[in-house]
Each structure stands twice: as C-alpha cells, then as structure tokens.
Design a protein around this ligand. Structure first.
Ligand code: NDP
Length: 489
C-alpha cells in the first residue's frame, strides 16, 4: 500500500509517495505466557496472576506476563543473595567478564528479534530500536565486560568491593536499553541483581532473561520479576537489598527516597526532565532544525532528556520556526513497524491521555499551537507532532514534563536571558547548545544546571559517557566509570 506523504508537500508544492516497507515479524518467537525469572529458571508467580501486555500501535494483546508480588520479590532477593555469596562475589573477575561478553554477543546475534519485540511492545519505530536501542544495549554489555577484570585500573588506590544485591527498576520508554544500563555495570562490579521492568513493556527484559539462561550465567546472578508499581515497591522495601537503581518519574523517585531514608541502602535516581535546547543566532540553522526534530520527536518524545523546551534567539526565531514547521510536515507518523516511519505510537492509552491533557492546557493558556496535518492509524495510540509558540515562562506546558511529541518554543535576546530561562525549571537533566563559537559553548555549558549538555547535537548516547541529572531530575550517574563506581562500596 502506498502511503501518501501529504503535508510537507503542500508547503513545497511537491508531492511524493512512500511505498510501505514493513519489517517482517515472522522470525520472532513470543510465548503466550511469561513467568518470572528467578534463580536461573522461569517460575510461576505465587499470586497465580498474569497481566496482558499489548501492542500500542494496534491495541492487540502480545502476551500475558506474570504479576510478581512481595513473596516473589523475596524469593528473587534470596536467590540473588545466595548467588552473590556463593558464586559471583568469589568468582575471578576475568571469569565474570566472560559471562558478560557472552550475554553481549548472544544479544547481538539476536539483535533483530530484540528490535522487533521492542517495537511491538513499546510503539517505538523499528528504525530506532534497530539502529539505536538494541545496538546501544549490546554496547553497554561489551563496555562493562571490558572493565570487569580491570577494576583496580578504573579506580586506582582504593579497595574494590562490590555492594551485594541491587534492586533495579526501569521505565517503559527504553526497556531493553535501561535493563542493559542497569544490569551490565552491576554485574561487572561483582553484584547480583533483581530487575523489575515496567508493566507496559516487559517483553525484551524477558527475552534477555532467556539469553541470560542460555549464556550459562550462574543461577540467581540476574533475576527478573515483572509486575506493577507494588512489585517495585516490594523490591525497594526488601530489607536485604544493598542498592536501589531507579529510572522513572520524579513522583515515584520521591516515594523511593523516603522509603529508604532510614536504611543503609545506596541509591541512584534517574528521573524526569524538561530540557532546554538553545539556538543562538550564529548557529548553523539547518543542522539545528534537525537537532530540534531529533531532540523532541525521537521516540515520540518519550525521552527523559528530550529537548522539550526550545529557546531561540529572537533575531532568528522566525526563520527557525518556519524551517521547523516545514521539516515537521515531512515527518511520517504511523505504524512503528514500517521502516519509513519517523514517529511511532505513544506507549499507552494512559500516556496519550496525559499528552492530550497538556495540549489542551497549552491551548487554554493561550499559547499558539501548530500540529502536523497528517492522518494517523485509527486503531492504536498516536499523537501528531505538536509545537507551541507565544507562551509565558510560567505556563504549565513550559514547566511540566509532558513526555510526548510536544515542543514549547520561547525566544531570548541575550545569552544571559537564555541561561536564566533554561535554568528556570525544577529539573536539571540535559540541555543543547547550538552556536558557531566554541567560547559560547564553554560559557553556556558552565552555567547551565544540567547533567548532560550536547553542543551542536542532541540525544547522542554512548556507554562510556556518564548520564544523570540535578535537582528534580535525580542524582547519581549511569554509564561510563561513574556508572560503575556507583556499584562499588
Ligand atoms: P514511573 O515512575 O511510573 O515508573 C517507573 C518504574 O517504577 C516502573 O517499573 C513502575 O512500575 C515502577 N514503579 C511505580 N510505582 C512504584 C513504586 N511506588 N515503587 C517502586 N517502583 C514503582 O515512570 P514511567 O514508567 O511512567 O516512566 C516515565 C518517567 O520516567 C518520565 O517521567 C521520565 O522522565 C522518567 N525517565 C527518566 C529517565 C532518566 O534517565 N532520567 C529515563 C527514562 C524515563 P509500573 O510500570 O508497573 O508502573
């Protein structure tokens, strides 16, 4: 079926069609029902209950997944503690490294299967899961496997001692990548883990469990317990957990911090964001427009560090907004499994409702909205790429995290004003700076309250590079040596 690319063409007086280019899903194997992965095997949940995980692109059920409760978490923590004491902590680091390499290679061999399942379960485009999420997840295992037997070089002049058992909780926006961010450094530093994936996207973590079992990793080193928020809470509150690594919303991050306040548990929190993408008048504007698009529409805007607040110098604002609208009109929104698609499905009905609520708030606040005039599939959860101009710094859509393909645009006259506006946020996760001058980059990057700042690029990730925030975006870093250090005493 030929798909008509409508709107951009109207602007340019051009018209062209894309033929559909669907990724084949015939090669993937999904079970009808998934159990919990505890002690090296798949076991039934003590509740006997299962929940459905659906494909947000068409609302069809993909599989049923076990609902783990307090008892299952206890079983998993016990399995992890046993594996830690008896096997993993006493194993020579070079042997631990071999297992982590093996997981990386097995994952790489089955990369296509991982990519397809990730897109089916999350709604993200197949291009993204194939070219970004899965390769990056493999690279995290490769990278940390490399450090596993070199910890004394990574951290010279200090005793190297692992923490014990880590409880790890991940969100739905980068399911397999977040699992890799959490599991790989923990294992490399000599810890065992219990991972709780997000309820709407558990399937790739369960695929990873199959790979882990096939890799021969000693039983109990990695345990994966699926479930709801209360499953995560049971993990946080378990008395035999040494560290909690959480990625998710600021609200749940605060609950976790309170829950562990009077304990010895270590903690890293990777929370929400409302990151400023700053375009100075001397920036290469065409590249900057690509950076804006990538900053906010990548992964449907479900990105904690999304460049969701655009700050443009007033002298170039009109031309940037015009170029941006033209570029937005060329975005293909629709079936995530089509290799042409730029913006896939929103992860869940609940998230779509949140995004739509914010779009209404923006309109009610008097901001000017522009939305791409495209058709989206009738079934499934889709949101057209949206931008807002003419809004106040205090408006809710400029202050609160929307976590969808919605960009707010404000202008500034001086660099100081840009810094003030960018820092006027409860969050401090990321920022982007676009300019021709290195001195301006250094000036801005030293003054912006953000854990990650990209210069003349956006949303670039690498396992060697630490990632994390300030203020309500959390604390602690994942990735690089910083990510490894947080799994050592
Ligand atoms: P949530 O905080 O709702 O959920 C994150 C994880 O925590 C899920 O596995 C969830 O389970 C679990 N959970 C929910 N309640 C509790 C609880 N009381 N105790 C322990 N665990 C709990 O966030 P979302 O999944 O909705 O993810 C979106 C949010 O995550 C956004 O705000 C985004 O900014 C942030 N995020 C931050 C990142 C960063 O690196 N800074 C990266 C990615 C996302 P369940 O799925 O069953 O609800």
């Amino acid at each position: 079926m030929a798909k008509k690319k409508e709107s951009g063409n109207q602007a340019n007086g051009l018209s062209w069609d894309y033929s559909a280019s669907p990724e084949s899903i015939s090669h993937i194997q999904l079970k009808a029902k998934y159990d919990l992965f505890i002690g090296g095997e798949f076991v039934k949940p003590s509740s006997g209950k299962y929940f459905k995980t659906i494909n947000p692109a068409n609302e069809e059920v993909l599989a049923e997944v076990a609902y783990g409760n307090e008892k299952d978490i206890d079983k998993a923590v016990k399995a992890a503690r046993k594996a830690y004491t008896e096997v993993w902590s006493v194993m020579p680091p070079k042997d631990r490294a071999k297992y982590i390499y093996r997981i990386a290679r097995l994952m790489q061999e089955r990369a296509r299967e991982f990519a397809v399942i990730e897109s089916l379960d999350s709604g993200k485009t197949i291009r993204e899961s194939r070219d970004v999420d899965v390769p990056l997840a493999c690279n995290h295992f490769f990278y940390y496997a490399g450090w596993a037997d070199k910890l004394e070089y990574a951290f010279p002049n200090r005793p190297i001692e692992s923490l014990g058992v880590a409880g790890q909780i991940t969100p739905w926006n980068f399911p397999i990548l977040m699992a890799a961010w959490k599991i790989a450094p923990a294992l490399a530093a000599g810890n065992c883990v219990v991972l709780k994936p997000a309820e709407t996207t558990p399937l790739t973590a369960l695929k990873l469990a199959e790979i882990i079992r096939d890799s021969g990793l000693p039983a109990g080193v990695v345990n994966i317990v699926t479930g709801y928020g209360d499953t995560g809470a049971a993990l946080v509150n378990h008395p035999d957990i040494d560290k909690i690594a959480f990625t998710g919303s600021t609200g749940v991050g605060k609950i976790i911090q309170k829950a562990i306040a009077a304990t010895n548990k270590k903690c890293t929190l990777e929370l929400g964001g409302k990151s400023a993408n700053i375009i100075l008048e001397d920036a290469p504007l065409d590249q900057a427009v690509e950076g804006i698009i990538n900053g906010i529409f990548f992964n449907q805007g479900h990105v904690c560090c999304a460049g969701s607040r655009l700050l443009v110098q007033e002298s170039v604002a009109d031309v940037v907004v015009k170029k941006l609208k033209d570029r937005m009109k060329t975005l293909l929104v629709g079936d995530p499994m089509d290799k042409n698609t730029d913006v896939g499905a929103v992860n869940s009905k609940a998230q779509l409702e949140i995004i739509e609520k914010y779009i209404k708030i923006g309109i009610d606040e008097g901001a000017e909205m522009f939305q791409v005039d495209c058709t989206v599939p009738k079934k499934g959860y889709y949101c057209k790429p949206t931008i807002f101009t003419n809004l106040a710094q205090s408006s809710r859509i400029a202050q609160e995290e929307i976590f969808g393909p919605v960009l707010t645009i404000q202008t500034f006259r001086t660099v100081d004003e840009a810094i003030q506006k960018a820092n006027n946020s409860p969050y401090g996760l990321a920022a982007g700076v676009w300019t021709d001058k290195g001195s301006r980059i250094f000036n801005l990057t030293t003054k912006l309250d953000a854990g990650v700042i990209w210069a003349n690029s956006y949303n670039k990730f690498d396992p060697t590079s630490p990632f994390g925030g300030f203020k309500e975006s959390g604390f602690g870093r994942e990735g690089g040596l910083h990510g490894l250090a947080s799994y050592l005493k």
